[in-house]
Every structure is written in structure tokens, then in C-alpha cells.
Write a protein that binds this ligand. Structure first.
Ligand code: HEM
Length: 411
């Protein structure tokens, strides 16, 4: 976690109040007042090499600016300034990013996302039915984790029995994605490094198996894609598998958790959804705006420039508060109100924007819309168990760690 109560080491200044409030674990439940303060000051330079950006228009511009690099290892503050830890395309810039992403998108497109709806529904139904015998659901363990994990594993071609392993590694690795705000942020913990190594060994073996005997799964398609004589090498495929599994899983878990919480805390909105299941996709968009599962991302300044009234210097890390953008009153009137019928004047930034716009947005939207529709249709009188909600420690990948919901039955 980023700086929670840990003493600042001698080589870094103490956290300024605005940052300390945000990173304080006791504010996980509702970070939005603190994100709001940072948005008002944005762009804001709390440390030598860091600029914090929280306004929707500014973030949107930075994400589309070719002067901003996604190669995080180039940051002046990077613990590994000489090379990327991984070569997955989340950390590449055009034109290399464009080539790599196009190949992966090509493999992804062979399994049309819309065609997955019946299978996603089947999995979700099975999970709801299996979980409800006791009159209580633990939304995270019973639904939010297994649904996207099963979907991405089936897409990739990961055998059923290996899922618990992957779930474990994925959760451990996600703790390494914390923003560069606290003393230990941006460095991989030994646990996360071990989890990454386990992923690599695991997928190496699976890639070998698929090369010998291709199937209709994403790993086989990744091995087969070719465009203008370009192919993905084994290293690229490996990094992509880890990225897809991790990016495509933890994030969706949190979106389901954040959505269930928002709906049960706003019963009038939940009633609207139950009266009209066609509102499920709009409810998903509103949750993405209101309580983003990925709260932050970063870019590195390539060359000196300016953002608003702030100078940017080459090597600066720009921290983009995607979660703060969703509550920006310049874009969303009455931004703290959760309203699934809201017209969005500008697209939310929860899936980023520009060249790195989330490759799995369509899949995530579909999975969560189906989950919410069934949640509304199947459960009789679902309600939050008082004291039954606890947040994860993560500041960036934000969501409940546990979420107990009492029900009177399942239809
Ligand atoms: C990129 C969010 C689900 C695969 C991103 C980025 C964000 C994001 C914010 C860009 C970060 C940046 O610009 O630095 C989310 C959220 C999800 C979700 C909130 C669920 C609610 C998924 C799923 C998959 C996926 C289901 C795949 C199965 C990817 C990939 C990238 C990406 C491959 C890298 C794209 C690139 O660099 O060109 N996602 N994601 N994501 N996401 Fe997602």
C-alpha cells in the first residue's frame, strides 16, 4: 500500500497533507473528498518529479498527447530506469505499441465478444444458484471473482483446475500496481515478483502445449496472428497472457463489487434497474464514472512543456486521477449523485482514452451488465449486511475485499 502510516525514508520528503489524506487507509471507504481537493489544485506538483492531474479535460488531453509516454521505466523516479520490467504493450509507445496492439486485437477479435453473452450468462447463473443456499452471498468470493476469472480463463484456454493458482497470483500481482505516491510505491514486493515468475513459468508451458496442438483459444490465436509479415514472439505472447489475465480480471472483480455496493446503497436506482433490465448497460457506465475500479494511471513526460500553469520537465511522472475525473463538476452536474439514467456529457475515463484505451472494455461491459441484470432479477430482497463490507488496501485498483448481502431467496 502507498505510504499508509509508514515512516518516510530519509531520501524522500514527508507526504504533503493532501496526499497523506488520500493514501491514509482509514479513508479507503470514501476517497472522493480527498480526490476532489487534488482535482481543485490540479495540476499540482507535490514532489520534485511528480505532477498530479485530476481534472477531466486535463487528463483527457494528457492521455492523447504524443509528448506523454507510457514507458513508465523512463521516469526520473523509476526504480528500474534502464528497461521495462515487462514488455507488455501497456508500457509501449507508438509506433511499436500500434503494431503490437493490432496483433493482439486481431487475435481477440476472432472470439467475437458479443458471442460470449450466452456463456457468460450460464456461468453467472450457475454462480448465483450455487451461492445462495445459505441466505447470504459473499458477493466478492461467490460472484465477482469467479465470473471474470472463468471467462478470461476460458478465452485464453487455461484449464479449469488451474484457476485457483491463477487467482492467487493475480491478486498478489495487483498489489504491485500502486501509484508512485508513498515510500514503497512503484516497487515490486518480493511476493509480487514471485507471483509474476509463477505466471511466466505457467504460461510458458501452456504456450508450448498450444504450439504443438492449437485449439480455438486466445493463446493459439496469439501464436497464429500475423500482419504485414509481423508476428508476436514468445516473449510478447507471454507478457500478453499475463496482462490479459491480470488486467482483465482484478479490474472486473472491482467493477462488480463497486456496482453492487452502489446499487444497494441507492435503492431507488436499484428499483429502476429491476423494473427495466435494459438499463443494465447504463448502470455499468454510471458505476464506472461514479466509482472507477482503476483509479489512476501514469505517463512520463518526454520533453519539457506546460500543463495549465504548471511546467512539465522531461522525466516527470504525471499521475492521472481517473477516479477524480468521474466526479468533475465541470463535466458532470451534481457529480456525487449516483443516477443510472444520467446523460454523460463526456465519456468517462475509467477505461482510459487515446492509444491505450482498454482493449477489454467491451468484454468487461458485457460481463458486468449480465451480472447486474441477473443480480436484479434473481435475488429476493437483497440487502447489505451491516458491517459486512470491507475495502481492499489498494488505492489504485479500488474495490471491496468482502461484501456480504443477505437475501430472502433466489428466484
Ligand atoms: C488497458 C481499465 C477490463 C485488457 C486499460 C486501461 C485502463 C483499463 C484504465 C489503460 C491504462 C492506461 O491508459 O495507462 C479497465 C477496467 C476494466 C478493464 C476498469 C474492467 C472494469 C479489462 C478486460 C481486459 C482488459 C476484461 C481483457 C480481457 C486491457 C488491456 C489493456 C488495458 C490489454 C492495455 C491496452 C493498451 O495498452 O493498448 N484497462 N480494464 N481490461 N486493458 Fe482494461
Amino acid at each position: 500500500a502507498a505510504g499508509n502510516g509508514e515512516a518516510a525514508p530519509a531520501d524522500r520528503p514527508a507526504l504533503p497533507d493532501e496526499i497523506a489524506e488520500l493514501t491514509d487507509l482509514s479513508n479507503r471507504e470514501d476517497p472522493y473528498p480527498y480526490l476532489g481537493k487534488l482535482r481543485e489544485r490540479s495540476p499540482y506538483r507535490p514532489f520534485e518529479n511528480l505532477v498530479v492531474v485530476g481534472r477531466h479535460a486535463q487528463i483527457s488531453a494528457v492521455l492523447r498527447d504524443p509528448a506523454m509516454s507510457a514507458a513508465r521505466h523512463r521516469a526520473a523516479s523509476s526504480p528500474t530506469p534502464h528497461g521495462p520490467r515487462t514488455r507488455n504493450f501497456l508500457h509501449l509507445d507508438p509506433p511499436e505499441h500500434t503494431r503490437y496492439r493490432r496483433l493482439v486485437a486481431g487475435a481477440f477479435a476472432r472470439r467475437k465478444v458479443g458471442n460470449l453473452a450466452p456463456r457468460i450468462r450460464e456461468i453467472a447463473l450457475e454462480l448465483f444458484r450455487g451461492a445462495s443456499e445459505t441466505g447470504t452471498l459473499e458477493i466478492i468470493d461467490d460472484l465477482a471473482y469467479p465470473l471474470p476469472l472463468r471467462v478470461i480463463c476460458e478465452l485464453l484456454g487455461v484449464p479449469f483446475e488451474d484457476r485457483p493458482l491463477l487467482q492467487n497470483w493475480s491478486a498478489t500481482l495487483s498489489t504491485a500496481l500502486e501509484p508512485p505516491l508513498g515510500p514503497s510505491a512503484g516497487r515490486m514486493t518480493p511476493d509480487a515478483a514471485r507471483a509474476r515468475a509463477s505466471f511466466v513459468v505457467y504460461f510458458q508451458k501452456l504456450i508450448e502445449e498450444r504450439r504443438a496442438a492449437p485449439q480455438d483459444d486466445l493463446i493459439s490465436h496469439l501464436l497464429g496472428v500475423e500482419e504485414d509479415g509481423q508476428r508476436l514472439d514468445d516473449h510478447d505472447i507471454l507478457a500478453t497472457c499475463v496482462l490479459l489475465l491480470n488486467a482483465g480480471h482484478e479490474t472486473t472483480v472491482n467493477l462488480i463489487g463497486n456496482a453492487v455496493l452502489a446499487l444497494l446503497r441507492h435503492p431507488e436506482q436499484f428499483d429502476r434497474l429491476r423494473a427495466d433490465a435494459a438499463l443494465a448497460p447504463a448502470a455499468v457506465e454510471e458505476v464506472l464514472r461514479y466509482d472507477a475500479p482503476v483509479q489512476m494511471t501514469t505517463r512520463v513526460v518526454r520533453q519539457d512543456g506546460r500543463l495549465g500553469d504548471t511546467d512539465l520537465r522531461a522525466g516527470d511522472t504525471v499521475l492521472l486521477l481517473l477516479g477524480a475525473a468521474g466526479r468533475d463538476p465541470d463535466v458532470y452536474p451534481d457529480p456525487d449523485r449516483f443516477d443510472i439514467g444520467r446523460e454523460h456529457a463526456a465519456p468517462h475515463l475509467a477505461f482510459s482514452a487515446g492509444p491505450h484505451f482498454c482493449l477489454g472494455a467491451g468484454l468487461a461491459r458485457l460481463e458486468v451488465a449480465i451480472a447486474l441484470e441477473l443480480f436484479g432479477a434473481l435475488l429476493v430482497r437483497p440487502r447489505l449486511r451491516p458491517g459486512g463490507t470491507a475495502y481492499k488496501r489498494n488505492l489504485n485498483l479500488r474495490g471491496p475485499a468482502s461484501l456480504l448481502v443477505d437475501v430472502d431467496g433466489v428466484r
